[in-house]
Design a binder for this molecule. Structure first.
Ligand SMILES: *[C@@H]1O[C@H](CO)[C@@H](O)[C@H](O)[C@H]1NC(C)=O
Ligand SMILES: CC(=O)N[C@H]1CO[C@H](CO)[C@@H](O)[C@@H]1O
Ligand SMILES: CC(=O)N[C@H]1CO[C@H](CO)[C@@H](O)[C@@H]1O
Length: 834
């Protein structure tokens, strides 16, 4: 009788050593999955690479080969069963031997492997995996293929030849740490027949009531019957089976009436269905697998309009403004990321009112946990393929490797309702443009692209779209982020854009973000220091605790970072020299920049979908550093996190005076500044509210002119409502803020305040700020307009808001949860506080 498939994870009992060192150097491995740096740290052989400048001291690790070894007894299998080793991921050039026979050679970190070891299995077995240096192999491959032009921004060019997370070669926010090892789990399987894959192909009817489709099952070995059951929250909604000719590939049709559609967060629930498949052989169930999936409709709406061509997502017939952030790997040492850690990160997106994340192409196809949690929480995923900032070579074995990698990962991910777009790469068309590599959009002959100087077009416009149409045809494919259908990738009328003319490029003032936005802003941002406790963690010498110390500069990998941070500080503020104030001001400048961006981009959503989304670069870090992240490596939020959260509330209010550039040739102060007030709503029904607009002197807090009230304003659903347009008389009126509140009865729904720019021209004598703590909350008042009040945060304590502007006569309350230590002695900072 055939046995049931058994899988044992080979996670313990491993040892490792540097390949070329003696046999007495085998050292223990705490667990697999792992990479060499983790085991070297655990064995006290290297210091923590994230502290001080230790990164330099551990560079040698990436130039060595590493060997991992374990032993296992032959599993007790039924007669006729086969035994397999399953490798979910090997980083990267791996040779696997079992009892001295090579059973696998692998050179792509993103691939998984199933190896039939039945023929070489003994009673007791020794499994050895040698990992060559990917750094050195990349250099060799580049030499061997000198007929290609290797161009890379970030990291060395050898990375382009290696299918390994590209950020391991270093990025402008991350260290050079070339890992090696079994980075994803290893299993030993015994089975007579097994399920290779289950694909839930479906369509949801336009009225969202019915899901119909097929479950396609791929299996190996003898199968007499396939059983399918679909359940939601423990109750069965469909069962079916197939009893003939079911070996290999087979499909079972299904139909679910009264389907509960899966929605992005804020638009409905996230019901997940368990699709369970069993295969039966010789009268008993021999393998079983369950995929959790959700049923939804989704499209990328690209239609010609007054501004060019739209670019936005429609899910279950609802237009969704994709406000969110870009995601990078959350650690340089990936195996130590737990499901709990992924949950904490993704929960932050929910807390921040974000609805989309973009998995960036220089990292990894994320862990299953990442997508599982996105499904659960309702976070939409924009998934890049793993290419970034380079002109990639395309020799034929490399193309085969990319094809296999792409197919495997799309098969692994295609049941996740959260994934709504695949994109070919990150910024590779910018490389094509900068270096004037061959590209003729009209030429659609893919084979001919391989002969030109930009051969990687073959991946982005031929190989990968083919993989998507074969493996996941219901998810749209986009050749690159950014891409503009043959126009320059920086085009603002078609496709998405990475708007780096704030910070990089022409270094525009951040006040102009709305003017330089595109149809979908898939990257933009400004750097800020992490919290002081994070700085104190990685700056190990107290004498290095000053703003541009060697250690602090070392923990900022961005080109020209001091100049760029300084530019935005000196343009807008009065830069201090002490570390504490410097940290605060870099954070405030980031927060201000993101406020202009998100306010402006979301307003354009209402202008006939002129802007379809805004994804800040970036939510997270892979090590403790200064970067564009809005939350640091230790999950400590920067103030900009809250600013974005406010701009993305279901209903929010905006106000902005016209930008007047103050530092151009012979500029004079503007005599008048037009300003406008609007409301943005993602609600699907019209709602109503009162809008109050106050004009408050910055010096005294007194009203400069009478308050304007607009009562019972009808708020356009799923769009923006222009509420008021006025003018500030800069000659006769003293400098003042325009402080706006949206009220529902007495309840404040949203606040926004517009300030004269730049802040450095303003003085902030005593603001009369009071922060009172009682009843698990802060109550904050001010006598005069106060900018960017940031309450000091401690780990484990969660604030309902932070980095707020406080206006006289408008008490604000910030709730505290998860601890109370914060409340004892309120520590806070605001602009102008000495
Ligand atoms: C595994 O390999 C053995 C012989 O080495 C073979 O008899 C068996 O059919 C293979 N199993 C599968 C499922 O291919
Ligand atoms: C090279 C190697 O590991 N060979 C081993 C294979 O398995 C047999 C039986 O357990 C061992 O005796 C060999 O040493
Ligand atoms: C479901 C949906 O998207 N509804 C509305 C969103 O907003 C636009 C513009 O106000 C409406 O036309 C849609 O019907």
């Amino acid at each position: 009788m055939p046995g049931v498939a058994q899988r044992i994870e080979l996670s313990s009992g491993w040892t490792f050593k540097q390949t070329d060192e003696a046999d007495d150097t085998w050292a223990p491995v705490a667990k697999v999955p792992t990479v060499s740096h983790l085991d070297l740290m655990a064995n006290g052989r290297i210091p923590d690479p994230f502290l001080g400048m230790n990164e330099l001291d551990v560079e040698w690790v990436g130039e060595k080969s590493w060997t991992y070894r374990t032993t296992f007894a032959a599993p007790e299998g039924a007669s006729g069963a086969s035994v397999f080793l399953l490798f979910e991921g090997l980083d990267t050039f791996a040779t696997v031997t079992l009892n001295g026979s090579v059973v696998l050679k692998s050179d792509n970190m993103f691939q998984s492997h199933r190896v039939n070891i039945t023929g070489v299995l003994k009673d007791s077995n020794t499994l050895v995996i040698d990992f060559d240096s990917a750094l050195l192999r990349g250099r060799e491959l580049e030499k061997d293929h000198s007929d290609y032009r290797f161009i890379a921004h970030n990291g060395e060019t050898g990375r382009l030849a290696v299918r390994k997370a590209q950020y391991h070669w270093g990025w402008d926010w991350g260290p050079v740490l070339m890992t090696a090892g079994p980075w994803r789990p290893v299993y030993l399987e015994t089975s007579s027949s097994h399920i290779e894959d289950v694909w839930v192909k479906y369509e949801v009817s336009e009225d969202l009531t019915t899901a119909t489709g097929q479950v396609e099952v791929l299996s190996a070995g003898a199968v007499d019957e396939i059983r399918l059951s679909i359940d939601v929250q423990g109750s069965s909604v469909f069962t079916g089976s197939l009893t003939s000719a079911v070996e290999g590939k087979a499909s079972i049709d299904f139909k679910i009436d009264d389907v509960k559609a899966w929605y992005p967060v804020g638009y409905g629930a996230q019901p997940l269905y368990d699709v369970t498949v069993e295969i039966v052989s010789g009268g008993s169930v021999v393998d079983r697998t369950t995929k959790k999936t959700g049923f939804r409709r989704s499209e990328l709406v690209q239609k010609d309009d007054a501004y060019g061509q739209s670019f936005y997502f429609r899910v279950n017939n609802v237009d969704v403004f994709a406000g969110g952030s870009c995601w990078i790997p959350a650690d340089n040492f990936l195996p130590r990321l737990t499901r709990e850690k992924y949950r904490e990160w993704l929960q932050l997106m929910i807390e921040g009112n974000q609805v989309m994340t973009r998995v960036w192409g220089g990292g990894i196809y994320e862990d299953d946990a990442f997508y599982d949690i996105c499904d659960e929480l309702g976070i939409l995923v924009w998934q890049d393929f793993m290419f970034a900032c380079g002109s990639y070579p395309t020799w034929s074995s490399l193309r085969d490797s990319v094809d296999a990698e792409a197919r495997q990962n799309v098969r692994r991910l295609r049941h996740h309702p959260s994934i709504v777009l695949y994109a070919g790469n990150n910024e590779d068309y910018q490389i094509q443009e900068w270096y004037k590599l061959d590209y003729d959009y009209e030429n659609k002959d893919a084979e001919s692209w391989l002969k030109g100087s930009y051969p990687a077009r073959y991946y982005y416009e031929h190989l990968l779209p083919k993989v998507i149409s074969d493996e996941s045809p219901n998810v749209p494919y986009w050749p690159s982020s950014p891409f503009s259908n043959g126009k320059e990738s920086s085009d603002l009328t078609v496709g998405d854009v990475h708007q780096w003319n704030v910070w990089h490029g022409t270094q525009e003032k951040y006040q102009t973000y709305a003017k330089i936005g595109g149809r979908f802003n898939s990257e933009f941002g400004l750097e800020a220091f992490p919290q002081q406790v994070t700085v104190e963690n990685f700056v190990t010498k107290p004498s290095e605790l000053y703003p541009q110390s060697h250690t602090l500069d070392f923990h900022n990998k961005a080109d020209g970072h001091e100049r760029r941070i300084a530019t935005y500080l000196v343009e807008n503020f009065r830069p201090p020299t002490d570390l504490k104030s410097h940290i605060y001001l870099t954070q405030l400048s980031q927060s201000e920049a993101l406020s202009y961006a998100y306010r402006g981009f979301r307003r354009q959503w209402g202008e006939e979908r002129k802007c379809g989304g805004a994804l800040v670069w970036q939510i997270n870090d892979c090590w403790p550093c200064t970067s564009w992240a809005i939350v640091d490596f230790f999950l400590r939020k920067k103030p900009g996190f809250y600013t974005i959260a406010r701009a993305l509330r279901p209903i929010t209010v905006g106000v902005e005076r016209e930008h007047h550039d103050w530092s151009v040739c012979h500029t004079r102060p503007a005599k008048k500044s037009p300003f406008s007030v609007w409301i943005a709503s993602s609600k699907l029904e019209e709602s109503h509210g009162d809008v109050e607009i106050r004009f408050l002197s910055i010096e005294t807090g007194a009203e400069v002119k009478p308050t304007v009230v607009r009562s019972n304003v009808a708020i356009v659903p799923n769009g923006t409502t222009e509420v008021y347009a006025g003018e500030i008389d800069n000659v006769n009126e003293e400098p003042h803020v325009v402080a706006v509140r949206l009220l529902s009865g007495k309840q404040v729904v949203a606040r926004e305040t517009d300030w004269p720019q730049p802040f450095k021209y303003l003085a902030f004598p005593d603001r009369g700020v009071k922060v009172e703590t009682a009843g698990g909350r802060y109550t904050i008042t001010a006598d005069r307009p106060t900018k960017g009040l940031v309450l000091h945060e401690t780990d484990g304590v969660r604030l309902s808001d932070n980095c707020i502007d406080v206006m006289p006569g408008d008490t604000q309350v910030i709730e505290v949860s998860g601890g109370s230590t914060n409340l004892d002695t309120p520590k806070f900072q605001y602009l102008g506080l000495e």
